[in-house]
Design a protein around this ligand. Structure first.
Ligand SMILES: [Fe+2]
Length: 184
């Protein structure tokens, strides 16, 4: 399950309902889905089929017309170039909706009127970052993530960079709950 960290307040949230509540305050939807047991090398079609009902629900609710799978590993060609597109503060004309199936990743969200929040996503985590929300993304040290992506229109997903340098103020490190002395 996800770990939410508010760096400026040194607050960590690990309880699902509290994560939902906190993120909803900034317009971010979070949900924790039950994982379907699948082989590590299950095909994209098998993964999409395993979550078909849940995916259809999300697609109908958000008007998403297509889904695909992003599967990134340390050996993925051009990985650094790919990451460099998303690790600077940006926003999209399209919601960024991700269900993590494997690996881990770190979203930083920069809400309009509250503190920057880091969300470490893990398998089972469903997150919807609404269009126009400032954010950036890093991989964890394993440099591995597999996620289902939802699209309304892929042309809207081009990053619009803010060049605020806000991202440079926050360490892009996934640490896990045990690191934090004041987890709640
Ligand atoms: Fe993004």
């Amino acid at each position: 399950m996800a770990i939410v960290f508010i760096p400026d307040r040194q607050v960590v949230i690990t309880e699902v309902e509290e994560i939902k509540r906190y993120l909803a305050g900034s317009g971010i939807e979070y949900d924790a889905w039950d994982l379907v047991p699948l082989d590590h090398d299950a095909s994209s079609a098998t993964i999409l089929d395993a979550y078909r009902d849940k995916l259809d629900e999300v697609k109908a609710k958000g008007g998403y017309t297509s889904v695909d799978i992003v599967d990134v590993q340390p050996s993925t060609p051009g990985l650094d170039e790919m990451l460099a597109r998303f690790n600077r503060e940006h926003w999209h004309d399209e919601d960024e909706v991700r269900f993590t199936v494997g690996g881990r990743g770190l979203f930083h969200i920069h809400p309009a009127d509250s503190a920057v929040v880091a969300i470490e996503v893990r398998p089972g985590d469903m997150i919807r970052v609404p269009r126009g929300t400032r954010h950036w993304f890093n991989l964890c040290n394993t440099r591995e993530i597999k996620a289902i992506r939802f699209f309304q229109d892929k042309s809207g997903w081009t990053p619009q960079y803010t060049d605020s340098a806000e991202d440079a103020k926050y360490e892009p490190v996934c640490l896990g709950a045990s690191y934090f002395p004041h987890s709640r």
